[in-house]
Write a protein that binds this ligand. Sequence first.
Ligand code: UDP
Length: 222
Amino acid sequence: MPDELRPIRMEVGVHRNADGSAYVEWGENKVLAVAYGPRELHPKHKQHPLKALVQCIYNMAAFSVGDRKRPGPDRRSQEISKVCSEALTHVVFVEEFPKATIDVYVEVLQAGAGTRCVGLTAASLALADAGIPMKGLVTACAAGKVGDRVVLDLSKEEDNHGDADLPVGIVVNTGEVVLMQMDGHLTKGEFDEAMGLIDGATRKIYEMQVAALKCKYQEVGE
Ligand code: UDP
């Protein structure tokens, strides 16, 4: 089905040593996000006198894909870290924490297409779990084109044969778009169709994020 999401499962508060954490399974993806902070940024020359730095560090484990991935940072993970850091900076009330850093580590344990969307969705949950003040959660989902059809949330198979991929991160409660990238080519009509699918999907995923947070805090309150 072109408007179908792969199965998604989310859990918050899964890591004992972190200030906040989340684990998301989405299709074949398995992603852990852990958040730390706000804490003083070192080295000091990187500090901003008026606001916090939000740093998202995306990493794909060597065992996360069929062919072993070379461990450590590469251009792709640096790019994903950068766009996710920028997306999260838009929602965190950074002015409340001058000179501080807020760090989120996104570890892809198993990868199967769309990991940046899963990672960003998990990262904002981990920040919320850490109690970081934010104007909203970031919810991300991609749509793409397979043959001449616009399809939501491409699987690995579809991604391999796909002609375009459009990952988008949205703050659902304000409607702001905080991440948008495009691989390949979409016509204006196809782009609008893809954005329509992403809009509907992110609303559903947002409800799951809220439910995951409520689930943890209801348990704590009991
Ligand atoms: N992938 C891989 N090896 C790599 C990088 C990516 O097998 O070194 C796979 C992985 O399943 C990933 C997919 O290719 O989810 C698509 O990668 P892309 O760069 O489009 O990012 P993503 O869709 O994961 O955000």
